[in-house]
Design a protein around this ligand. Structure first.
Ligand SMILES: Cc1cc2nc3c(=O)[nH]c(=O)nc-3n(C[C@H](O)[C@H](O)[C@H](O)COP(=O)(O)OP(=O)(O)OC[C@H]3O[C@@H](n4cnc5c(N)ncnc54)[C@H](O)[C@@H]3O)c2cc1C
Length: 135
């Protein structure tokens, strides 16, 4: 997967067609295949035309999604106002459900449930918290 933020999104957004853009556009603009290969191949110029064609044919499905467009305009994880973040993180780090509530063998981690949302730092911090609960 290729994902981009500013400024590289200014390049990719030219390939997004639908307005409003409510979902990923799958298999729409075939020029994307060539662009993805250029982007993902370490030394694209070293490939022969035959190799380039073979790589392109190996891609059977492709798509593009721009969360910056209407109707969403952005996408990020933020705790709801009023949530006690430290307590919530502690509760999610280790818990049980239903008849095995005492087992506490369900662990939720990740940037979305961290105290540093929006950055990989949050994901890593969250994992370190959860690991302390796993024997
Ligand atoms: C455009 C963009 C730019 C960013 N730029 C930066 C940056 O410059 N610096 C920075 O620090 N952070 C940046 N981030 C944020 C960073 O990418 C995230 O904080 C980080 O990837 C979160 O890691 P994670 O492991 O918590 O979650 P994720 O990376 O989202 O991993 C979750 C994984 O779970 C998988 N998954 C989901 N549901 C299921 C399921 N039901 N079954 C199995 N697997 C499932 C997903 O496919 C995914 O692989 C950026 C994010 C975006 C979108």
């Amino acid at each position: 997967m290729v994902y981009g933020d500013a400024p590289s999104m200014n390049y990719w957004k030219l390939f997004v067609k639908n307005e409003p853009h409510e979902r990923a556009e799958i298999n729409h603009d075939e020029r994307l295949i060539e662009q993805y290969l250029q982007y993902l191949t370490p030394h694209p110029a070293s490939l022969s035309p035959k190799e380039q064609k073979e790589q392109a044919q190996a891609i059977t499905c492709f798509g593009i999604r721009d969360w910056g467009k209407e109707p969403f305009e952005a996408g990020c994880h933020i705790w709801k106002p009023g949530i006690l973040v430290d307590q919530s993180i502690a509760a999610l780090a280790s818990f049980g459900v239903a008849d095995s509530i005492s087992q506490r063998n369900i662990h939720i981690c990740g940037e979305a449930y961290s105290d540093f949302q929006g950055f990989i730092e949050g994901g890593l911090r969250s994992v370190l918290t959860v690991l302390k609960h796993i024997n």
